[in-house]
Structures are given as C-alpha cells and as structure tokens.
Ligand binder design. Structure first.
Ligand SMILES: [Zn+2]
Ligand SMILES: [Zn+2]
Length: 68
C-alpha cells in the first residue's frame, strides 16, 4: 500500500497522495508523494525518521552505590 491521504494546499482538501514515478529508482521507498487530485503537489514524507544522536551522556553520575 503506497496510498496515503494528506491535506493538499492546491486542492484545499484532503486528497489521496501516491508515490510518483521516481527517476531515482527508489520504488516504494521513495519519500516523495504526489497529489492524485491536482497531480502537482509533491511532498516529502519524513516518516522514515532516524533517532537523533542526542548527547545524553551528561548524566554521568558516579553510581557505585551497591547496597550489599
Ligand atoms: Zn524517489
Ligand atoms: Zn492537490
């Protein structure tokens, strides 16, 4: 299933978006979506989010308390 529904500014309504013919050969993995209503609007679906590398190493507490 590559069909999705999004709000199209051109159509001013929710339209069905589908992956347009991709010249890059992404196939179904292509992040581009084209409106089937006006056929012009193309949006980039960023659902393939990668977890940002948050510098979470500031909580370096000297945890050496083992309640033996
Ligand atoms: Zn593509
Ligand atoms: Zn449209």
């Amino acid at each position: 299933m590559s069909d999705r529904e999004f709000y199209c500014d051109t159509c001013e309504s929710v339209q069905l978006f589908e992956v347009p013919p991709c010249p890059d050969g992404h196939g179904t993995d292509c992040p581009e979506l084209a409106c089937t209503g006006c056929g012009a609007a193309v949006l980039i679906a960023t659902f393939a989010f990668q977890p940002t590398r948050l510098a979470d190493r500031r909580r370096r507490s000297p945890a050496g308390r083992h309640a033996a």
